[in-house]
Ligand binder design. Structure first.
Ligand SMILES: CC(=O)N[C@H]1[C@@H](OP(=O)(O)OP(=O)(O)OC[C@H]2O[C@@H](n3ccc(=O)[nH]c3=O)[C@H](O)[C@@H]2O)O[C@H](CO)[C@@H](O)[C@@H]1O[C@H](C)C(=O)N[C@@H](C)C(=O)N[C@H](CCC(=O)O)C(=O)O
Ligand SMILES: Nc1ncnc2c1ncn2[C@@H]1O[C@H](COP(=O)(O)OP(=O)(O)OP(=O)(O)O)[C@@H](O)[C@H]1O
Length: 485
């Protein structure tokens, strides 16, 4: 195991106070310290990790990494910014595992999880052992762990990559969130390929402006961090990125000048069918996940396979045999005469694109939407979410993980966005179970009930309480009650 002095040598401005002790592990959280750990004190939105140093010492920390000298009996590594140091330190500590793995990083506002599953499915067609890290789970060597964050904190990320490597994993597909980039969780990683899906307003309370949000995402696409890129150009931000990056890249999108051109998207019973042109080669592919946007997600996965030199037949087989992604356009089918779809859409863009998909698929039927907005996150997007919800025929506005915010206030902010647009009937039902049941009881033949926001999630945080609630389960019971089975 590394010694503290080795870590000091990695960081030019670090000052080691005390002995170069051997370290067993490292963590940002005093509650996770075990004997021999290096506790790294970072500032969050509520606390300054430096105030938990006594707790860390009591739990047996061997040393601390701090932003200023502290009065403590154990050795300390003083650095100008613990946040800036943590990626480098964590990567070194676990043996720089990403350098021995073929890592594909996927970023963008929407489509990271879906694209990562598609890339995984493509890579599984080659003889690689593939691992996955993302919002829903991390998976390798037959193990499956539910995720807490989309992109783990640097110590957890590099520990996981090291475990994967030890278990024979060769390629890793991982989602890279903008928080992950901004909080230096991915510093010192090596990505073989970085993918940019798209960018639309989200997390602006965190990043401030779209420009800053874009800049954060763009930091993944620099030499040294990523070797090559696959860039979706269906948003202006992707076109801008493609014109700015200096690493090798290919593009995909609707315009004919892309390297991979997506056209003729159709929704068919088996999923989403589209045409993909690459150079002189044109093919029709069906990705078994509904939603026009999945044609683009699939094109991204094809481009990754192409850059990795995989055979086209294998790539296409990976796309066509990808299993569905939990909570992404997941249909509840119990023989009812209307459709019920649970989806993870929680950005205005995703909700709009979903409603368009449903309208294409069920022309003439009504779209009955159940939607809310998450608490403690991204207040700025709420009016725009309200406007997106207004594209439905009946919107039932409800709670979506309100945390310590008042659900009624969140819904009022959604409604505020609809003041200047023509709205369908809008009903407020803050109890999410009742909102879903109400929507299902309202649906008639040919209608679609679209329940958005939670997708695969199985709990809601209301105040400080965690309440078990799985939209799919609630919808299933409501449909069963409605049709009497
Ligand atoms: C909103 C946000 O940015 N949160 C970050 C923030 O957490 P925080 O404000 O809750 O931290 P805090 O409670 O003030 O604590 C500060 C520090 O003290 C430590 N602490 C705290 C209590 C204690 O007893 N002992 C202790 O050591 C904490 O571990 C932390 O390091 O500061 C922490 C330390 O720097 C970050 O880990 C944390 O990101 C957490 C992981 C988080 O949930 N972030 C979310 C928003 C996130 O990153 N999400 C993206 C996906 C977003 C998306 O695409 O939708 C993700 O990649 O998961
Ligand atoms: N390429 C895309 N363009 C627009 N919307 C999309 C796209 N791909 C997926 N979506 C929508 O976004 C929702 C979330 O998809 P997915 O989980 O793949 O994205 P994500 O980027 O991983 O989200 P998160 O950052 O919250 O984990 C889907 O349920 C779908 O409604």
């Amino acid at each position: 195991m590394p010694r503290l002095g080795e870590l000091a040598q990695l960081l030019p401005s670090a000052q080691l106070i005390g002995e170069s002790v051997a370290l067993e592990d490292l963590t940002l959280d005093s509650r996770e310290v075990r004997p021999g750990s290096l506790f790294c004190a970072t500032r969050g939105t509520r606390f300054d990790g430096h105030s938990f140093i006594d707790d860390a010492v009591a739990s047996g920390a061997a040393a601390v990494m701090v932003a200023h000298p502290v009065s403590v009996q154990i050795p300390q590594l003083v650095v100008p910014s613990v946040r800036h140091a943590i990626g480098r330190v964590a990567s070194y500590f676990f043996g720089d595992p990403s350098r021995s793995l073929e890592v594909i990083g996927i970023t963008g506002t929407n489509g990271k999880t879906t694209t990562s599953y598609l890339v995984e499915s493509v890579l599984n067609r080659s003889d690689r052992n593939v691992g996955l890290i993302g919002t829903i789970e991390s998976r390798f060597a037959g193990l499956n762990r539910p995720s807490i964050y989309t992109t783990p904190e640097a110590p957890d990320l590099h520990r996981l990559l090291a475990d994967m490597l030890r278990d024979g994993t060769q390629s890793v597909v991982m989602e890279v969130s903008s928080h992950g980039i901004d909080q230096h969780r991915i510093d010192s990683m090596r990505f073989e390929i970085a993918v940019f899906t798209n960018l639309s307003p989200e997390h602006l309370d965190y990043h401030g402006t779209m420009e800053q949000y874009y800049y954060t995402k763009a930091r993944l696409f620099v030499p040294g961090l990523s070797n090559a890129a696959v860039i979706g150009t269906d948003t202006e931000w992707g076109r801008r990125l493609a014109s700015q990056v200096s690493i090798d890249h290919v593009t995909y999108g609707p315009d004919p000048e892309n390297d991979f051109v997506v056209s003729d998207i159709e929704l068919v019973p088996e999923g989403t069918r589209f045409q993909l042109r690459h150079g002189r080669h044109t093919t029709r592919l069906t990705v078994p996940i509904l939603g026009a946007h999945n044609a683009y997600n699939a094109a991204a996965a094809v481009a990754v396979g192409h850059l990795l030199g995989l055979d086209a037949t294998e790539i296409y087989a990976g796309i066509e045999n990808c299993h569905s992604v939990a909570g992404r356009f997941e249909s509840i089918v119990l023989g009812q005469e209307f459709r019920v779809v649970v989806d993870y859409a929680h950005t205005p863009d995703a909700i709009r694109s979903l409603i368009e998909t449903v309208r294409l698929q069920s022309p003439g039927g009504r779209v009955i939407l159940v939607a809310g907005a998450r608490g403690r996150r991204d207040r700025l997007k709420r009016p725009e979410l309200g406007r997106a919800a207004a594209m439905s025929d009946l919107a039932i506005l409800t709670a979506d993980n309100p945390g310590d915010e008042e659900p009624a206030e969140i819904v009022a902010q959604l409604l505020a966005g609809t003041l200047d647009v023509a709205t369908p009937p809008m009903v407020v039902e803050l109890d999410r179970r009742r909102a879903i049941t109400l929507a299902i009881n309202e649906a008639g033949r040919g209608d679609t009930v679209l329940i958005v926001g939670r997708g695969h999630e199985q709990s809601l945080r209301v105040g400080s309480e965690v309440v078990y609630l799985d939209d799919r389960e609630v919808a299933r019971s409501a449909v069963a009650a409605r049709i009497g089975i």
